[in-house]
Design a protein around this ligand. Structure first.
Ligand SMILES: Cc1cc2nc3c(=O)[nH]c(=O)nc-3n(C[C@H](O)[C@H](O)[C@H](O)COP(=O)(O)O)c2cc1C
Length: 184
């Protein structure tokens, strides 16, 4: 089932997050898409009920030890199992510091990309506040000498979101006027 912008083209924005900074990226994306006129649901991956109820999905995750969080991976699998044909965009948030990293270097989501024909997968820099980390996480951070701080680049997140909004607006327009509409 699909809907035009006027009917409330429904977009799901969901991100796996352990310490909140990736969830804030999801909130930012959701806010911008809401401002562009879409009916946006922003939800923790564990709280998403019906994955096939959306006309588009933006799914992201924080990166830990080179991987997505388990709830985000599970939601990706549920999307595959649902057989949805809605467009899907993926993002990862992890790299710390100001050096840009390629998607392949930052995170391995090849098993997800094999199953989901994502429109795009973007890697955004992340944030670490050492005070909220567990003892084990702190030990890892110190072993790999990762820098502490908030490296999220809101402008580049907004830019990516605007590009998605443009694609969705065309799609919503097309669907409101498309051949699937039945007359009589
Ligand atoms: C223990 C630990 C391991 C991490 N491993 C990676 C990693 O392998 N690759 C990466 O890009 N970022 C890594 N990060 C950085 C996190 O992905 C980054 O801090 C992210 O913004 C955390 O998101 P969250 O606050 O939503 O959990 C790691 C951070 C911690 C604390």
């Amino acid at each position: 089932m699909s809907r035009s912008l006027d009917d409330g083209f429904r977009v799901l924005v969901s991100a796996g997050s352990k310490h909140g900074s990736t969830a804030e990226i999801a909130d930012h994306i959701a806010k911008e898409l809401t401002g562009a006129g879409f009916a946006v649901t922003v939800a923790d991956p564990k709280a998403v009920d019906d994955v096939s109820a959306f006309d588009a999905v933006i799914l992201g995750s924080a990166v830990y030890a080179g991987r997505w969080t388990k709830p985000a991976r599970k939601l990706a699998n549920r999307l595959v199992e649902s057989g949805t044909t809605s467009p899907i965009w993926l993002f990862s948030s992890g790299p710390l510091g100001d050096e840009p990293q390629s998607a392949d270097d930052a995170v391995d989501i090849s098993s997800i990309l094999e199953k989901i024909p994502a429109r795009d997968h973007r890697v955004f820099a992340g944030k670490v506040d050492v005070d909220v980390l567990s003892f084990g996480e702190r030990a890892i951070m110190s072993a790999v000498k990762a820098p502490e701080g908030d490296f999220r680049d809101w402008d580049s997140i907004s830019e990516w979101t605007h590009a998605i909004a443009e694609v969705l607006a065309v799609r919503a327009d097309h669907e409101s006027a498309g051949p699937s509409r039945q007359v009589g």
